[in-house]
Design a binder for this molecule. Structure first.
Ligand code: CMC
Length: 431
C-alpha cells in the first residue's frame, strides 16, 4: 500500500482526528479508518459498502465511470479478444501472463483434475431431480471438503495450490452433472483431449447414444463467456468468499458460500432473471408497459440486465458479449428469434428514456449472456451455474491473495444499533 503524505481530518464534537490516506496505483485515494474507533470511539456507517474498501488487492481494477476493467493491468477487451479462459485463469492466479511452457504445464495440471471422486455421484443422486442446479452446486462444492481432505489445510501452500487447481478443473464437471441430473440423463465424464470450453459443452450436450462435437465458434463463445465472468473485484460473492475465508474456513466451504451469494437475482442470478423477463415481455409492443413498471416507484419490478453498482457509463463486458451474441446467433441462424428482437428493442427504448440515462443505467453483461446461452441450448436454470464456474477462478485468486496478506484479520463489521436498550426480564405469568 503506497503511503502518501496526505491525511484526512475528521472533527467530532470539536475534536480533530487525523486519518492517514493511502494512494492506490490507480483509482481514488483511500482514507484509513482502522484506528478510528480506538481513537475517537465512533464507527463509520456504510451499508452496501458503497464507499468502503474492505481489503487491499492487486488482481482486478474497475473504473466504473470510464467503463474500464483490468485484470492484472490487462483490459478485458484484449483478454476476451486475444487470450482464452485458462490463460486468464493463470494470469489472475499468478499475476502475469504465462510463457508457452508455463501455460502448457498449467493446462496439463487443470486437465488432470477434471474428474470428481466417483462416490460424489451418489451425493448428486440425493437431490430431487427438479432441484435448481445452483442448489445442487452449493451442496456438492461444499461437500468437496468431505472428499478432498488432502487440500483443506489453508496454512499449507501446496494444499492451497492443489485446492485451487481442483476447483477450476472440477467446476465444469460439477455444473454439467447438476444439469444432467436435473434432466434425467446419465452423467458424462470429462474428456481431457478437449479444450476447457468444448469439454464443458460436451459434458452438457452429449448422451451415450450420440456424441457431441462443439462447433469451434460456439466453443469460442463459451470460452469468452467464461473469460468475461472470470473476476470482478470485490463484488458480493467475492466479498462473501473473503469473509468466509477470514475465519480460516477451508477453500471448498468458502467457494460454496460464494456460489450461494452469486445465486441472487441482483448478482449472478440476473442472467436467468433477464431471459425470463424477456420471455415475459414476449413481444415488442409490450415493452413500454415494462419500462413504465421499471420506472414506477411503487412497483418492485426492475429491468433485469440493466444497471450496475460500479459501472455508470457502460459495462465493458457487455460490449464484448454483444459482439459474441451476434456471432453465435448468426451461426445458429436465429437472428430473427423473437426474444432477441425484444432484447434489441428494449435496449433501444430504455437507453432513449431519460429515467435510465439520468440514473446511468446501461445493459450489463447479463443482458446479453442469457441470449447466447439460450441460443446454444442451455435452459435458463443453467445460466447462473455457468457464471459460477467462470467466477471460480476469481474467487480463488482473491482467496489466495487474502491468505497471503499479513494484515489479514477475521472480517467483523460493526453496526448502528437501533433496538431496545437494556431492560429487565419479566416472567411469563407477569407479562
Ligand atoms: N431497473 C430500474 N431501475 C433501476 C434498476 C433497474 N435495473 N437498477 C437500478 N435502478 C434504480 C433504482 O430504483 C434506484 O432509483 P432511486 O435512486 O430513484 O431510488 C437507482 O436506480 C439506483 O439503484 P440502486 O439499487 O441504489 O443501485 P445499486 O448500485 O445498489 O444496484 C444493481 C445495482 C445491479 C443491483 C441494480 O442496478 C439492479 O438491481 N439491476 C438489475 C439486476 C442486474 O441486472 N444485476 C446484474 C449486475 S451485473 C452482474 C454481476 O456483477 O452480478
Amino acid at each position: 500500500m503506497a503511503d502518501t503524505q496526505k491525511s484526512a481530518k475528521l472533527t467530532i464534537d470539536g475534536q480533530d482526528f487525523d486519518l492517514p490516506v493511502h494512494s492506490p496505483t490507480v483509482g481514488p485515494d483511500v482514507v484509513d479508518i482502522r484506528k478510528l474507533y480506538g481513537q475517537a470511539g465512533v464507527f463509520t456507517y456504510d451499508p452496501g459498502f458503497t464507499s468502503t474498501a474492505a481489503c487491499e488487492s492487486a488482481i482486478t481494477f474497475i473504473d466504473g465511470d470510464e467503463g474500464v476493467l483490468l485484470h492484472r493491468g490487462y483490459p478485458i477487451g484484449q483478454l476476451a479478444g486475444q487470450s482464452h479462459y485458462l490463460e486468464v485463469c493463470y494470469l489472475l492466479l499468478y499475476g502475469n501472463l504465462p510463457s508457452a511452457a508455463e501455460l502448457q504445464d498449467f493446462e496439463g495440471r487443470v486437465t488432470q483434475h477434471t474428474m470428481i471422486h466417483e462416490q460424489m455421484h451418489n451425493f448428486f443422486r440425493g437431490f430431487r431431480r427438479d432441484a435448481h442446479p445452483m442448489a445442487t452446486m452449493v451442496g456438492v462444492v461444499g461437500a468437496m471438503s468431505a472428499f478432498y481432505h488432502d487440500s483443506t489445510d489453508i496454512n499449507d501452500a501446496w494444499q492451497r495450490e492443489v485446492a485451487s487447481i481442483r476447483l477450476i478443473a472440477k467446476m465444469p464437471t460439477i455444473a454439467a452433472m447438476a444439469y444432467k441430473y436435473s434432466i434425467g440423463q446419465p452423467f458424462v465424464y470429462p474428456r481431457n483431449d478437449l479444450d476447457y470450453a468444448s469439454n464443458f459443452l460436451r459434458m452438457c450436450f452429449s448422451v451415450p447414444a450420440e456424441d457431441y462435437h462443439a462447433d469451434p465458434i460456439l466453443a469460442r463463445a463459451m470460452d469468452r463467456i467464461f473469460t468475461l465472468h472470470a473476476d470482478h473485484e470485490q463484488n458480493a460473492s467475492t466479498s462473501t468468499v473473503r469473509l468466509a475465508s477470514s475465519s480460516g474456513a477451508n477453500p471448498f466451504a468458502c467457494i460454496a458460500a460464494g456460489i450461494a451469494c452469486l445465486w441472487g437475482p441482483a448478482h449472478g442470478g440476473a442472467n436467468q432473471a433477464c431471459l425470463e423477463m424477456l420471455n415475459e415481455i414476449g413481444t415488442v409492443d409490450r415493452i413500454p408497459e415494462f419500462i413504465a413498471r421499471a420506472k414506477d416507484k411503487n412497483d418492485p419490478f426492475r429491468l433485469m440486465g440493466f444497471g450496475h453498482r460500479v459501472y455508470k457509463n457502460f459495462d465493458p463486458r457487455a460490449t464484448v458479449m454483444k459482439e459474441s451474441a451476434d456471432e453465435v446467433l448468426d451461426l445458429l441462424g436465429v437472428e430473427n428469434n423473437p426474444i432477441l428482437q425484444v432484447a434489441k428493442e428494449l435496449e433501444k427504448q430504455a437507453l432513449a428514456d431519460p429515467y435510465f440515462a439520468d440514473k446511468k443505467l446501461f445493459p450489463n453483461v447479463d443482458f446479453y449472456s442469457g441470449i447466447i446461452l439460450e441460443a446454444m441450448g442451455f435452459p435458463t436454470s443453467m445460466f447462473t451455474p455457468i457464471f459460477a464456474l467462470s467466477r471460480t477462478v476469481g474467487w480463488i485468486s482473491q482467496w489466495k491473495e487474502q491468505l497471503s496478506d499479513p494484515a489479514l484479520k477475521i472480517g467483523r463489521p460493526r453496526q448502528l444499533y437501533t433496538g431496545e436498550t437494556q431492560r429487565d426480564y419479566i416472567p411469563v405469568e407477569k407479562r
